[in-house]
Design a protein around this ligand. Structure first.
Ligand SMILES: NC(=O)c1ccc[n+]([C@@H]2O[C@H](COP(=O)([O-])OP(=O)(O)OC[C@H]3O[C@@H](n4cnc5c(N)ncnc54)[C@H](OP(=O)(O)O)[C@@H]3O)[C@@H](O)[C@H]2O)c1
Length: 293
């Protein structure tokens, strides 16, 4: 008599209509998880018809509507909680998801945090660190993917860099361990699908480090159009952003991120991303090449 196969666990991904969430759903399916065992948790199910077409279960889950969260997590064994894009609200929003995960008896929560969340002056970090504490305090098994910067933060501006012939910033020669969203998504899915005992804890994730001058040089090499990096003093940079149309608060926020870069807060020498991927992260050169297509 044959032994019945163990049913595959069920996985859910929040923010599944966003960039990282969609890539995580793709990564789960590419790993061979049956679509019927994958749930896309979305704020607006009408925008997830392409996911439903793949056979993925689409469920309404709004971080701001806690009553949607526990039903969305029913039967889910492992959850990827993609951090909210709304600064200021995130601890409450993430806390609501974690509470619902606890009530639904989810067996593992993987949370996308930010690089060095607990030991950095990066302005975005406190909400992530606080969420990490809430997650740890929940008693749920968890893994925290402390993602470094997306390379797409830069390659998404490639046309602008090429048009101006320069990248303007205040990052000095600070290095950024950037990686593609697809690599971070695949790493998160590796944590989600892996052995819970081995993978619990905090993972500092980032690709090969580059300075803004390295980025300019790579763009020049890949595109054949000369691009240089022009470094401004912080005040000058803020003024340039305001002159280009940013409001003062946004300009100061962006300048603060540049200063974090200058201080090395976006750099890590952790091999965790490469280890979780089982291969080298996508190179900056390949990311620039892909953005050009
Ligand atoms: N490491 C980095 O460089 C970097 C850069 C930017 C952001 N991030 C962080 O990483 C996260 C994922 O990045 P991403 O590129 O995938 O961002 P994204 O494309 O903006 O996706 C964010 C997702 O969050 C969803 N969302 C927003 N408010 C929600 C709510 N109240 N309830 C449920 N879902 C809600 C959005 O839903 P809709 O599709 O309905 O809008 C979207 O699907 C961001 O949210 C942010 O926390 C990191």
């Amino acid at each position: 008599m044959s032994t019945p196969a163990t049913p595959a666990p069920s996985f859910a991904v929040t923010g599944a209509t966003g960039h990282l969430g969609r890539l995580a759903i793709d990564a789960l399916l590419r790993r061979g998880v049956p679509a019927g065992n994958v749930f896309a948790l979305v704020r607006d199910p009408d925008r997830a018809s392409d996911l439903a077409d793949l056979g993925v279960g689409v469920r309404h889950a709004d971080y701001d509507r806690p009553e949607t969260l526990e039903p969305a997590l029913e039967g889910v064994e492992r959850l990827l909680l993609v951090s909210s894009p709304t600064p200021g609200d995130r601890v409450r929003q993430h806390g609501a998801v974690i509470d619902a995960a606890k009530a639904a008896d989810v067996g593992l929560v993987v949370y996308t945090s930010v690089i060095h969340a607990d030991e950095t002056e990066l302005v975005l970090a406190p909400e992530h660190a606080e969420t990490e504490d809430v997650l740890q305090g929940s008693g749920l098994p968890f893994a925290v993917a402390r993602n470094g910067w997306y390379v797409e933060n830069y390659t998404g501006r490639l046309d602008e860099y090429l048009e101006r012939g320069e990248i303007v910033g205040a990052a000095g020669d600070g290095r950024v361990s950037g990686a593609t969203r697809a690599d971070y998504a695949e790493a998160a899915v590796s944590l989600l699908t892996g052995d819970i005992v081995d993978q619990q804890g905090y993972w500092e994730l980032g690709g090969p480090a580059f300075t803004m001058s390295d980025l300019a040089e790579t763009i020049t090499q890949v595109t054949g159009t000369k691009v240089v990096y022009r470094d401004l003093a912080p005040d000058e940079f803020t003024e340039a952003l305001v002159a280009a149309g940013a409001d003062q608060a946004t300009a100061q926020f962006v300048t603060a991120l540049e200063l974090s870069t200058a201080r090395g807060e976006l750099e890590t020498d952790s091999p965790a991303l490469e280890n979780l991927l089982g291969r080298a992260p996508t190179s900056l050169e390949d990311a620039v090449r892909a953005a050009r297509i």
